[in-house]
Structure formats: structure tokens, C-alpha cells
Design a protein around this ligand. Structure first.
Ligand SMILES: Nc1ncnc2c1ncn2[C@@H]1O[C@H](COP(=O)(O)OP(=O)(O)OP(=O)(O)O)[C@@H](O)[C@H]1O
Ligand SMILES: [Mg+2]
Length: 251
């Protein structure tokens, strides 16, 4: 008997009322893994993430999380099960302070002591949250806001963190810091699913790579396998793959 997969997407068809965007997506994600989804603009990456968090309801197929079918559950129910998504566009309340934004993340938790403990842990992981606690979130740079969004999502103590293009608009230094934070969240036991335009770095970081094309999974494999696949390299990554594979691993 095979074990129940941690997260399993089977035959998912979904769209926005017009034609189907996802045309039968199959995908398995292991507990504790980092999965990176790449693919051209419009291939359905964000739509796939939205089906995971319940923002888009598939018209066919199943999404099972620890054996429980998520299809038909509300975003709030899915959040309660421990799947938290950080959207592609910035989502902080600009007029509220950094700390207020982070505290909002714990809206499903009632126990003040638990909230205080989590906030303390998060301040350790993100010094920015402590240093800029009283400032308006809107006054932070794009990269700093991204980190506050990470901090906020950790207030829910999620099992799965879903990130849609976390690197968007970040300078190289902030980008490295962001990826290091993703790795740290993963090492703290969270399963990570991310969409990345920055395919090289995203795949290098990941246990599993997934190429989505025109609403279907075109290829899956280890992050390195996908990175080395010549066809995929030419289509989505551009430039020299050897360079991508060997050059500056932790730089
Ligand atoms: N809210 C929406 N209403 C209608 N159509 C939408 C909506 N969101 C996305 N689409 C359409 O669904 C298709 C897939 O969009 P999606 O955002 O999933 O692509 P993506 O792979 O995330 O692209 P990108 O790399 O540009 O973020 C596109 O054709 C898009 O126009
Ligand atoms: Mg997208």
C-alpha cells in the first residue's frame, strides 16, 4: 500500500468562467520539500497556486492535503488546515504599522500567549520586524515589505507556505536574503511551494522542479534535473545552462 501523499493535485481543470486555464494538472508535493513552479507568462502558475489556497475553485479534479480533499473548501478553511499563500502583488496594509501588519497574520489564533510567543520568534528571524515595528508598512521598500509579508504568514504557524513570485522587484542582495529566508522557513519544517520567474535560482533552491506550459505540467523532476533539461533550458531559462548549473552556488 502506498502512503498517502502529503499534497496531491490530480486532474485539476480550472479557469475564470471563460476557457479553462488549467487543463488537467497532476502534481505531488512531499512533506518538507521545496517545490518550484516555472513556466511562461500566462501558463497558469498563479491560477494553480490559487486553486491550492481555495481562491479559484477547480471545475474538475482533486487536491488532497494529507488525504483531505480541498476542492470546495473555502480559503479560510484551507488556511485553518495550514496552507498559507503570499500573493504575487504586495498585500500589506500600507497605513498600518509593521507590527500591526504582522499581528494581523494571527487572526485565526485566539490565545494571546501563543500570539506573543510567535511574535517573539518572528522578531528573531526578521530583525526588521522589531527595528521598524512602529513605522507604516507603506514606508518600507518593496523588498522589506516582502519580508514583512513572510513574517505575517508565519504568525499562522503554517504547514505549507505558498509563494507567488517572491523575488519580483527585488535587487540582487535582497533577492539572496529572500531566498535564504525561504530556506530558513523550510528548515523550520515548512513545506514550500513557489512560483519563480527567476527560474535558475528558484530551481537551484528546490527539491522538486515543475514546468507548467499552457495549463499542463510539461515536466517534473528534481530542481537540478529540470535546470539541466536542455529543452527546458532553451525555452525558459535562456543562456548557458552549464553556467547556471556550475556557477556561483551560494553567491
Ligand atoms: N482574475 C482573472 N480573470 C480572468 N482571467 C484571468 C484571471 N487571472 C488570470 N487570468 C487568465 O488566466 C491565464 C493564466 O493566468 P495566470 O495568472 O495563472 O498565469 P501565470 O502563469 O501566473 O502568468 P505570469 O507569469 O504572468 O504571472 C491568463 O490567460 C490570464 O489572462
Ligand atoms: Mg503569475
Amino acid at each position: 500500500m502506498p502512503e498517502t501523499p502529503f499534497l496531491e493535485v490530480q486532474g485539476v481543470i480550472a479557469g475564470y468562467g471563460g476557457g479553462d486555464v488549467l487543463k488537467g494538472v497532476d502534481l505531488t508535493v512531499g512533506e518538507g520539500a521545496i517545490t518550484c513552479i516555472v513556466g511562461p507568462n500566462g501558463s497558469g502558475k498563479s491560477t494553480l497556486l490559487k486553486t491550492l489556497s481555495g481562491l479559484v475553485r477547480p471545475r474538475a479534479g482533486e487536491i488532497r492535503f494529507r488525504g483531505v480533499n480541498l476542492v470546495g473548501k473555502s480559503p479560510r478553511e484551507i488556511l485553518r488546515l495550514g496552507i498559507v499563500q503570499i500573493p504575487q502583488n504586495h498585500s500589506l496594509f500600507r497605513e498600518m504599522t509593521v507590527e500591526q501588519n504582522v499581528e494581523l497574520g494571527a487572526f485565526l489564533e485566539r490565545d494571546r500567549r501563543v500570539i506573543a510567543e510567535r511574535l517573539e520568534r518572528i522578531r528573531g528571524l526578521f530583525p526588521l520586524v522589531a527595528e521598524r515595528a512602529g513605522e507604516k508598512a507603506g514606508s518600507l521598500s518593496g523588498g522589506q515589505q516582502r519580508l514583512v509579508e513572510f513574517a505575517r504568514c508565519l504568525m499562522l504557524d503554517p504547514k505549507v507556505v505558498v509563494l507567488d513570485e517572491p523575488s519580483m522587484g527585488l535587487d540582487p542582495k535582497t533577492l539572496r536574503r529572500m531566498f535564504a529566508t525561504v530556506r530558513a522557513m523550510n528548515e523550520a519544517g515548512r513545506t514550500i511551494i513557489l512560483v519563480e520567474q527567476n527560474a535558475r535560482q528558484g530551481l537551484k533552491l528546490s527539491d522538486q522542479g515543475v514546468v507548467l506550459e499552457n495549463g499542463r505540467v510539461r515536466l517534473t523532476g528534481s530542481g537540478t534535473e529540470v535546470l539541466h533539461n536542455p529543452e527546458i533550458g532553451a525555452l525558459y531559462l535562456g543562456g548557458s545552462l552549464e553556467e547556471a548549473a556550475t556557477g556561483g552556488d551560494h553567491g
